[in-house]
Structure formats: structure tokens, C-alpha cells
Design a protein around this ligand. Structure first.
Ligand SMILES: [Zn+2]
Ligand SMILES: [Zn+2]
Length: 254
């Protein structure tokens, strides 16, 4: 069944006990996209993958992931062909660059309006705004949200959601956005009630863990044993706010 590609990982993510099942999924999608781009299958040698990495490049974060992964030759080959195309385009942009007119005293307000932005700047911003790995994450995560709502029709899955730890703020926002077009009519009441109270309760829980963690530095408590809920309170509270696993070591190829 084709949909199992999404339902199985979604079930796994809710069984994982992660502070946000979508963070769990996103980490897996991210790793498999990096692995696919530069890993042992050498997809970077295939013209369709190369076409995508040439066109989209990598954001700052994922450029570092390429470096960390450890396949230096693979990364160098990807960048070599990215550079080649970039430089053709770049030369063209430089050649057609019109120096903006000298700014007058009262022209400040116009400075950032779209029609006064030089094409070179627009081009540069566009090139900086795309990323092969982010693109993969984006399209897969949309499918996971759709699958979440499809699965919300089953009692089993609803119970799983109810006993989860909720979501991080970033994925919660995206889930609510996806609800607009994907939430089944019969589950409206359930979704907004359950998920909103899950969010409130679990944000409070993590905030309380963070408070306990800070409290441990109080000199009265300095010789007491750190309670379990405080040990990873800092990383979990970062995750709840932004949707990341800050304690993860860099992802490396095998
Ligand atoms: Zn998340
Ligand atoms: Zn990226």
C-alpha cells in the first residue's frame, strides 16, 4: 500500500515519546535527504539529482550538514557543478548591472520598495532562499500533515495523539495551517479541543522542567541529586520552542 510510506513512520513517531512527533519525522527526512544527496548510493552522480542541487543549492544550515557528513569528494563534486552554473548566471548579472541613481536627501522611504530593488539583489536573494534538503523536508512534511488528518479518522490513532506530549510550536503552527484544508469534518471538535489542550499542558510541563533545572543552581539545592525531569530540560525546552534536537551530534555518513 502506497500510503504506508507515510502511515508507518507517523505511527512510529507517536510511539517514540519525542517532545514532538513531527520533529522526529523531520529529523529522519532531513537525514535521508542528506544521505541521498551525498551518501553511498552516489545519487549526486545522477543527472536528475544533480539538476536539483544545481538549481536549489543548500541553505547555510544544510551546507554545514554536507560538510559534517564526511564525504568530501561527493560534496566537492556537487559544489563543482553548482559553481559552474552559478558563475554563468553571476557573470550575466554583473554584466547587466545598472548602478542605482545617487540617493537624494528625501529618497530614503523608497529604498526598500520592490521596484527599486536592483535585479542583482533579487537574483542573489532568490539564490539564497532555496535548498535541496529544505525542499525535500517541506514536501514530505506536507504529506505527513495530510496523513495525520487522514489517520485522525481512526479511534486508535486519536488515542495515540491524546497520549502524546503534543508538538513543538513550529510544527503545531504548520499542523493548524494544514488543518484548514485537510481536517475531516467529523474530527473538527476533536482536533481543536485535543490538540489545543495538549499544547497548553505540555508547554506548561516543559516550562516547569526548565524552572526545576534553573532551581537546581540555587545554592540550597546544589548537593541534591538532579531529578530526571531536569537532566535534558534545556534541550527539550529549546525543541518545544523551535522544533530542533539541539543535543544531536552532527549527522555523519557511515
Ligand atoms: Zn516539532
Ligand atoms: Zn536547507
Amino acid at each position: 500500500m502506497k500510503e504506508q510510506i507515510y502511515t508507518i513512520p507517523l505511527n512510529e513517531s507517536f510511539d517514540s515519546g519525542d517532545e514532538c512527533p513531527f520533529c522526529f519525522l523531520e529529523r529522519n527526512v532531513e537525514r535521508s535527504a542528506i544521505n541521498y544527496a551525498v551518501g553511498p548510493e552516489a545519487s549526486y552522480m545522477e543527472s536528475d539529482v544533480r539538476g536539483l542541487t544545481n538549481e536549489q543549492g543548500f541553505c547555510t544550515h544544510h551546507m554545514k550538514s554536507l560538510y559534517d557528513y564526511g564525504n568530501s569528494l561527493g560534496s566537492a563534486l556537487i559544489l563543482q557543478s553548482y559553481y559552474k552554473l552559478l558563475m554563468d548566471d553571476f557573470r550575466d548579472q554583473l554584466e547587466h548591472f545598472d548602478q542605482p541613481a545617487k540617493r537624494g536627501l528625501f529618497s530614503k522611504s523608497k529604498q526598500n520598495s520592490d521596484d527599486t530593488t536592483p535585479p542583482l539583489v533579487k537574483w542573489s536573494r532568490r539564490r539564497q532562499s532555496t535548498c535541496y534538503v529544505c525542499g525535500k523536508i517541506e514536501s514530505n512534511m506536507q504529506r505527513y500533515y495530510e496523513t495525520f488528518f487522514m489517520m485522525s479518522k481512526t479511534e486508535d490513532f486519536r488515542r495515540k495523539v491524546e497520549s502524546s506530549k503534543g508538538f513543538c510550536m513550529r510544527h503545531f503552527g504548520e499542523l493548524v495551517a494544514s488543518a484548514q484544508s485537510n481536517l475531516p469534518n467529523g474530527q473538527r471538535e476533536w482536533f481543536y479541543q485535543t490538540v489545543f489542550s495538549l499544547m497548553k499542558d505540555n508547554m506548561d510541563r516543559v516550562k516547569a522542567d526548565l524552572d526545576d533545572f534553573v532551581g537546581m543552581f540555587d545554592y540550597h539545592q546544589q548537593n541534591t541529586i538532579m531529578p530526571a525531569n531536569t537532566r535534558d530540560a534545556l534541550s527539550r525546552s529549546m525543541q518545544k520552542l523551535k522544533g530542533l534536537h539541539p543535543a544531536d551530534p552532527p549527522f555523519k555518513g557511515k
